[in-house]
Ligand binder design. Structure first.
Ligand code: SAM
Length: 240
C-alpha cells in the first residue's frame, strides 16, 4: 500500500516524566500496536517494555530529521508510526511537534504527565497559582536569554504567581539563573526549590533561597526544574 502525504498519519505519544508507571493507558495501547516508534534514546528507554511489535528508531538532536524522514516513508507505506515525546507534548516540545507535523497529513496527539505537573505536586502548589517559563529552547542568541530573564523578572516582581522555570542544560543552570535574577533586582531571600530527576532513580530536591542557590557549585542534572515562590511568605511545601 502506498499513500499520499495528505492521507498519512503519525501519532505523537507523550511518555511522562520518566517513571514508566506514569505513562497513560492510551499511550501504552498505541505503542503496543505500532509498527515503527521513534524518539530520543532516553524516551525510548521508558517505553521499551511496550515495543514488542515495533521497530524502534532512536534519534539524536543531530539525526532527528533523517529518522523522521524514515518514519514518514513508513507512514507512506501505511505503517502505524509513532513519535514519542518526554513528559507532556504541550510543554516545551514545540520544535519536535513542528518537525513531525511537516512529515504527515494528520498528527494524532496523546498527552502525558509533564515534569512541571510533578514539580507542582512535589512542591504542593497549584498550576493556577504559577506561571511556567522555559529557557530550554534552541535559540541561543544572548539577547534571547536577556529577554527570557526579563520575563522571569517581570513575574517575580509582580509577585502574584510562583515561577516554574526549566533551565537550559548546561549553560543556563539554577546557580547562574539565581545570580542573574538577584543582579536584576530580585530579593536574594526569595524562596526557591530545585527538583532533579523527578520520578526517576536518584530524584533529588534542594530548598533554599536565591542567594544560596547562586552559591551552589555542584553540577545539576539536565533534568532539573526550579520553582521560585511568590514573595508573600508562602514558601516551599516540604510535605511529600
Ligand atoms: C525539552 S523540555 C521537555 C519537557 C517535557 N515535555 C515535559 O513535559 O516534562 C526538557 C526539560 O524538562 C525538564 N524535565 C523533564 N523531565 C524532568 C524530570 N523528570 N525531572 C526534572 N526535570 C525534568 C528539565 O528542565 C529538562 O531540561
Amino acid at each position: 500500500m502506498s499513500l499520499n502525504h495528505n492521507d498519512t498519519s503519525i501519532a505523537i505519544v507523550a511518555v511522562g516524566p520518566g517513571d514508566p508507571s506514569l505513562m497513560t493507558l492510551q499511550g501504552r495501547e498505541i505503542l503496543e500496536n505500532a509498527d515503527v516508534v521513534a524518539g530520543f534514546k532516553t524516551v525510548l528507554d521508558v517505553v521499551q517494555p511496550w515495543l514488542t511489535n515495533a521497530e524502534a528508531c532512536p534519534m539524536t538532536y543531530r539525526d532527528q530529521e533523517e529518522v523522521l524522514e524514515y518514519v514518514e516513508s513508513q507512514a507512506l507505506l501505511g505503517k502505524k508510526c509513532v513519535v514519542c515525546c518526554w513528559g507532556d507534548l504541550n510543554v516545551s516540545a514545540r520544535e519536535l511537534l513542528a518537525r513531525v507535523r511537516r512529515r504527515a497529513g494528520k498528527v494524532e496527539l496523546t498527552p502525558g504527565i509533564s515534569s512541571i505537573q510533578m514539580a507542582c505536586a512535589r512542591a504542593g502548589i497549584s498550576m493556577e497559582d504559577a506561571v511556567f517559563i522555559t529557557l530550554h529552547q534552541r535559540r541561543g542568541a544572548s539577547d534571547d536569554f536577556a529577554s527570557d530573564v526579563e520575563e522571569v523578572v517581570h513575574f517575580l516582581k509582580d509577585g502574584r504567581r510562583h515561577v516554574i522555570l526549566l533551565p537550559r542544560p548546561y549553560d543556563l543552570m539554577p546557580p547562574g539563573i539565581a545570580k542573574e535574577l538577584v543582579s536584576a533586582g530580585i530579593a536574594g531571600d526569595r524562596p526557591v526549590t530545585v527538583f532533579q530527576r523527578l520520578t526517576l532513580e536518584g530524584e533529588k530536591r534542594w530548598d533554599g533561597n536565591l542567594d544560596e542557590c547562586g552559591e551552589i557549585t555542584e553540577e545539576f542534572s539536565d533534568l532539573s526544574i526550579m520553582v521560585i515562590f511568590t514573595g508573600t511568605g508562602e514558601g516551599p511545601d516540604s510535605h511529600e
